[in-house]
Ligand binder design. Structure first.
Ligand code: SAM
Length: 290
C-alpha cells in the first residue's frame, strides 16, 4: 500500500472539537464574503468537491452532503403519513429544500434563512446542492431570523426542519436550540406534527448536546435521537426528532420503502433499512478517562 501524499500547499483546517482539527487539501477558493452575520466561503476541496464554509466550519460538501441532508430530512418526513406543508429554518444551501420537495405529498415548502448572502452565493456556486430547488413553484424562500419568523407567523406546518449552524458555533442560531424556541415550534405544528433538528456532535460537545436534547424533551412527548457519520465533518452528526403523535421507531422497513415509493422519493443513502439502522445506533459519548 502506498502512503497518501503529504499535505503541502494550501489546506482547510476544519475544527471538529475545541482541541482537534481535520486537515483537508484545498483546490481553490471560489467566493469569500463577510456578511452581516458570518464569514462565508465557497471553496473547492481536492477530495470533497465544492463546499460551503461558514465561520471556518464546513457546512456541506458536494461529495458527501447527501448523507447529511437525507438523514436530516427523510426520517421525519417519512414518519409523517402525509406531509403537505413544511417549514425549513436555516438550510442556506437549498439541499434540505431539495430533499423535502422530493416528497410528492408536499404542496408548499417554506425556507427561512437569516442570511441572504449565503443563499445568493449558494445559488450561484453550489448548483449541485440546490439542484434548482429554489425555482420550484412549491418552494418559497424568506430571508429572516427563524426565531422572529416562528414567533410572528400564523401558519401551521406538518413538518418543521431546523437546519441551523451548530449549537456551539455562531451566536445567530443559539436561541433556536432552546426549550423556549421549541415551544414556539410546537405551537406552529399541526396536531400530528413533527420536527427535527440537527444537533452537532454528541461526542465532542456532550454538554451542549445534552442541553439541546433536554430542551426537546421538555416540549415534545415523543423524542428520538439518531446520528450519522459525515466524512467531511470528521464526526457523527446528531439529529433529534420531536413528535406530537407519530413515533419514528414504530415504522418497519417495508412501510418506509412503501412510503418512499408512493411519494416517488429517490435517494442515495436513506431507505427502509437505513431508517431502522438510524433508529438503533448508539449515541456517541466521550469517555471520561482524563
Ligand atoms: N449542515 C450545517 C452544519 O453543518 O451545521 C447546517 C446547514 S446551513 C448552511 C446553516 C444555515 O443556518 C446558514 O445558512 C445560516 O445562515 C442559517 N441560520 C443560522 N442562524 C439562523 C437563524 N437564527 N435563522 C435562520 N437561519 C439561520
Amino acid at each position: 500500500m502506498t502512503n497518501p501524499p503529504p499535505v503541502i500547499g494550501i489546506v482547510v483546517m476544519q475544527p471538529i472539537s475545541y482541541e482537534s482539527y481535520m486537515i483537508m487539501k484545498l483546490k481553490t477558493v471560489l467566493a469569500q464574503k463577510r456578511s452581516k452575520y458570518q464569514n462565508i466561503e465557497i471553496v473547492e476541496l481536492s477530495e470533497y468537491g465544492k463546499a460551503l464554509v461558514l465561520d471556518g466550519l464546513v457546512q456541506s460538501t458536494e461529495v458527501d452532503e447527501y448523507i447529511y441532508h437525507e438523514s436530516l430530512v427523510h426520517p421525519a418526513m417519512i414518519t409523517h403519513p402525509n406531509p403537505k406543508k413544511v417549514l425549513i429554518v436555516g438550510g442556506g444551501e437549498g439541499a434540505t429544500l431539495r430533499e423535502v420537495l422530493k416528497h410528492s405529498t408536499v404542496q408548499e415548502a417554506i425556507m427561512v434563512d437569516i442570511d441572504g448572502d449565503v443563499v445568493e452565493l449558494c445559488k450561484k456556486y453550489l448548483e449541485t446542492l440546490h439542484a434548482g430547488a429554489f425555482e420550484n413553484p412549491r418552494a418559497k424562500v424568506i430571508i429572516a431570523d427563524g426565531k422572529e419568523y416562528i414567533e410572528k407567523t400564523n401558519e401551521i406546518f406538518d413538518v418543521i426542519i431546523l437546519d441551523l449552524t451548530d449549537p456551539y458555533a455562531s451566536e445567530i442560531a443559539q436561541e433556536l436550540y432552546t426549550a423556549k424556541f421549541y415551544r414556539k415550534v410546537y405551537e406552529r405544528l399541526a396536531e400530528d406534527g413533527i420536527m427535527v433538528t440537527q444537533a452537532g456532535s454528541s461526542f465532542y460537545y456532550e454538554e451542549v448536546y445534552d442541553r439541546v436534547l433536554e430542551s426537546v424533551k421538555e416540549v415534545f412527548p415523543i423524542v428520538k435521537e439518531y446520528n450519522v457519520w459525515v466524512p467531511s465533518f470528521g464526526y457523527a452528526c446528531n439529529f433529534i426528532i420531536g413528535s406530537k403523535k407519530y413515533n419514528p421507531e414504530e415504522l418497519t422497513v417495508q412501510e418506509v420503502d412503501r412510503r418512499l415509493n408512493e411519494r416517488k422519493v429517490t435517494t442515495k443513502f436513506y431507505s427502509g433499512r437505513t431508517h431502522i439502522a438510524l433508529m438503533n445506533l448508539p449515541i456517541y459519548r466521550k469517555s471520561k478517562v482524563r
